[in-house]
Design a protein around this ligand. Structure first.
Ligand code: ADP
Ligand code: MG
Length: 482
């Protein structure tokens, strides 16, 4: 397949991953950022949500990383845990065939297991500022060889009060490094940071205009006591394939979720008051297409990349106009049409004005759905609700198709080392070191990834081929669907 990423002369390991991810041509922001970062320039990027910023910095960073080096070479800071996980997954996928080890560091998840992971060779660390700082201070994250620092969603970091922590982290990093800062807006304080901590940064700004023009926007007047009814009417009429409903507080999220759940909507919820494990599970299953309606607070409004959301509903009007753009931007990603509905209470003029200033035109209220209209659409609505959503394969699964992870019943306790395994595997006919992926030697087990569809061949061969002098028990590993 012709792939226009070829122009950057990336290593085969990287282009192969891009092929499998179906990244065939660079997006506008990638066209600007990739060559610049391949030349190790500091960069400030301002570009709308959904434009492909993550890969724009991950591709060159993955290309430049030295595989042999034990200490982490790139540190990526994100404002939320979900975003840290998502960027980590993207990095894992892009670095898949280069066998790059990526670790996500975020709060409300066991510190020790992250620390253990960091003890082994790590190429990229991706995390939220608080947890990253913890790891630095407790000596579990070695930053002495960080060559790339990325600050993603810098304006959101600022809004969440993380900037001081980010600055503290920067103080620990080597001076000699490349810094990339990405932000949807450029308030003065962010410009200040860039002056202070960056080295003659190149400024890349992609035309912001038209960023939400492809999203049809409707506004309904509805007071607190009627909002649930209007919500039910709107969803009945529009019968969206998938929908995110944003509320301003977790109490509201709970209320809307309980109502829709009782009405048997295919739904789930996400807010900051939930356990991290539950948050992760909800996001992952929503990405896989396991339910239609996600009721969420603004933890979901930033950066999260969920394909093809048909409809975004602002059950509560966002209190900041930027948030409005971010929320509705969840719909209509990468070339799709989108739709957004906002419910507005009588006393919310102030917030309406702010959005009007942002949109640069007056908001005209739409006529609320009539009883007749709702009646007419009920049959269609129920038929949509009764059909199952299409299962969406994760990007990781796509990239991992030709990979089999095998388990060997021996580990550190019996002095097993990665070289022993490589030695044995390369002795199997038709297997070379390029077919061997990540090797993970644990106390009493070892996991080895076999690439290029050669997994079964290796598995069979190892049934009667000794590793380090003995025949070992070798089987397929139970991999978790991520
Ligand atoms: P941003 O950070 O600018 O909001 P993301 O980096 O999250 O955007 O990318 C948005 C979506 O576009 C993701 O699903 C990503 O996998 C996809 N994507 C990124 N680059 C490309 C590309 N070159 N071709 C196709 N899809 C891409
Ligand atoms: Mg992003």
């Amino acid at each position: 397949m012709d792939n226009n990423f070829k122009q950057y002369q990336l290593d085969n390991e990287i282009t192969k991953a891009l092929d499998l991810l179906h990244y065939t041509s660079a997006t506008q922001v990638q066209e600007e950022v990739i060559p610049c970062l391949l030349n190790n320039k500091d960069i400030i990027v301002k570009s709308k949500t959904g434009s492909g910023k993550t890969a724009s910095f991950l591709i060159p960073i993955c290309q430049h990383i030295q595989w042999d080096e034990l200490r982490p070479q790139a540190l990526i800071l994100t404002p939320t845990r979900e975003l840290a996980m998502q960027v980590q997954e993207d990095a894992f996928n892009i670095g898949r065939f280069k066998r790059l080890k990526t670790v996500a560091l975020y709060g409300r998840s066991p510190f020790q297991s992250q620390a253990k992971s960091l003890k082994q060779k790590t190429h990229l660390a991706i995390g939220t500022p608080g947890r990253v700082m913890d790891h630095i201070q407790r000596g579990t994250l070695d930053v002495s060889n960080i060559q790339y620092l990325v600050i993603d969603e810098a304006d959101e970091m600022l809004a969440m009060g993380f900037i001081e922590q980010v600055e503290n982290i920067i103080d620990y990093l080597p001076q000699e490094r490349v810094t990339v800062l990405l932000s949807a807006t450029m308030p003065e304080s962010i410009k200040q940071i860039s002056k202070q901590y960056m080295n003659k940064p190149v400024s890349i700004e992609i035309e912001q205009e038209a960023s939400i023009d492809h999203i049809e926007q409707k506004f309904y007047q509805a007071n607190a006591y009627e909002k649930l009814d209007v919500l039910l009417d709107v969803t009945t009429i529009l019968a969206p394939e998938t929908c995110i409903i944003f509320c301003n507080t977790k109490e509201q999220v709970d209320l809307v979720y309980d109502t829709l759940n009782r009405k048997r909507y295919s739904c789930n919820k996400l807010h900051g008051g939930m356990e991290q494990e539950d948050r992760t599970r909800v996001i992952q299953s929503y990405k896989r297409g396991k339910f239609r309606y996600l009721i969420a607070s603004d933890v979901a409004s930033r950066g999260l990349d969920i394909d093809h959301i048909s409809l975004v509903i602002n059950y509560d009007i966002p209190l900041k106009s930027d948030t409005y753009i971010h929320r509705i931007g969840r719909s209509g990603r990468i070339g799709n049409k989108g739709m957004a509905v906002t419910l507005i209470e009588d006393n919310q003029d102030k917030y309406v004005k702010a959005i009007e200033r942002k949109l640069d035109h007056k908001i005209i209220f739409d006529v609320r759905p009539s009883e007749d209209e709702v009646e007419e659409n009920k049959v269609h609505f129920h038929s949509v609700m009764q059909t199952r959503l299409e299962y969406k394969e994760s990007k990781t699964v796509k990239v991992s198709k030709d990979i089999l992870k095998i388990h060997i019943n021996a580990g550190k306790k019996t002095k097993m080392r990665a070289v022993d395994i490589v030695g044995t595997l390369c002795n199997i006919e038709g297997i070379t070191s390029s077919d061997i992926g990540i090797i993970e030697v644990q106390d009493i087990s070892t996991y080895v990834e076999i690439l290029n569809g050669k997994g079964m061949q290796v598995l069979n061969a190892l049934q009667n081929k000794p590793i380090k002098g003995r025949i070992r028990k070798v089987s397929k590993a139970n991999t978790r669907d991520y």
